[in-house]
Design a protein around this ligand. Structure first.
Ligand code: E4P
Length: 258
């Protein structure tokens, strides 16, 4: 039996008017998890890509990082405002500093840009201190650069809205990235008080998404090309081409049929 308490839908996690809202699902210890749906964020600061993919209806949010901002060539605060206008879901914007005071000030500045900003802070002691204060302000926080279950526990204890384990970078060093996702999902399911969503980051291919979904991760953030890869299959292309050709041979038209 699945024992799931659904919280009110639609609002943003951690939004001031509706703290801890949205897609969080509270699960009793040792019972199967059931969420409304896996969410897809797009991992890019390319506004043209975001605009195009927003039309698919697949996008639930956006993640950016300093490297992606550098690539965009745009002024960061303007970029964040532009993306927040395009996508109503959480838009992760990362602080630049690493010291407590400056990170807090930057986080509050970023949170002031739009209601759907999720401030990204690094997995450091000061980052987690900033996380707690921003969450107490009613701001969504994404704790980034997570590489271990122990770090994920600390992010949840700091009240993070999201924790971002980087699977691709773990694969790069020959570590068990999906084992990490499994561990974090299992740990979070043990405690009703852990409401942090597992945001699978550094995704490199569709199987990362499939494996993360099997484990019940709440969110995957995908580069645009990987998001498009999800739908691609050569047998779909071949099958469709054959159906189109055979239909043409019938000489019929559905729309012109009396
Ligand atoms: C997202 O929040 C991360 O910054 C991103 O997924 C990192 O991906 P990379 O390892 O491909 O740079």
């Amino acid at each position: 039996m699945v024992l799931v308490q659904r919280l009110p839908p639609a609002e943003l996690p951690g939004a001031p008017a509706n703290r801890v809202a949205a897609a969080h699902v509270s699960v009793r210890p040792n019972t199967p998890t059931q969420q409304d749906a896996m969410k897809f964020f797009i991992d890019t600061a390319d506004v043209a890509e975001i605009r195009e993919l927003a039309q698919t209806g697949w996008l639930d949010g956006v993640t950016t990082n300093p490297s992606l901002v550098l690539k965009s060539g745009k002024r960061f605060v303007d970029l964040v405002a532009e993306i927040c206008d395009l996508v109503p879901g959480p838009v992760s914007a990362e602080v630049a500093a690493t010291d407590f005071q400056t990170m807090l000030a930057e986080g509050r500045r970023l949170a002031g840009i739009a209601r759907n900003v999720a401030v990204k802070v690094p997995m450091t002691v000061d980052g987690l201190k900033v996380c707690r204060l921003l969450v107490d302000d009613g701001t969504m926080v994404n704790v980034t650069l997570c590489f271990s279950p122990a770090q994920a526990i600390l992010a949840a204890k700091a009240g993070a809205t999201f924790v971002s384990p980087f699977v691709g970078r773990l694969d790069d060093i020959g570590a068990d990235s999906m084992g990490l996702i499994a561990d974090i999902c299992t740990i979070y399911q043990q405690y009703e008080g852990f409401r942090t969503e597992v945001l699978v980051a550094s995704v490199r291919h569709p199987m990362h998404v499939v494996e993360a979904a099997k484990l019940g991760a709440h969110v995957a953030t995908l580069p645009p090309a990987t998001l498009r890869q999800l739908i691609a299959h050569p047998l779909t292309d071949v099958g469709l081409a054959r159906f189109v050709a055979d239909w043409q041979k019938t000489g019929q038209s559905i729309l012109d049929a009396p």
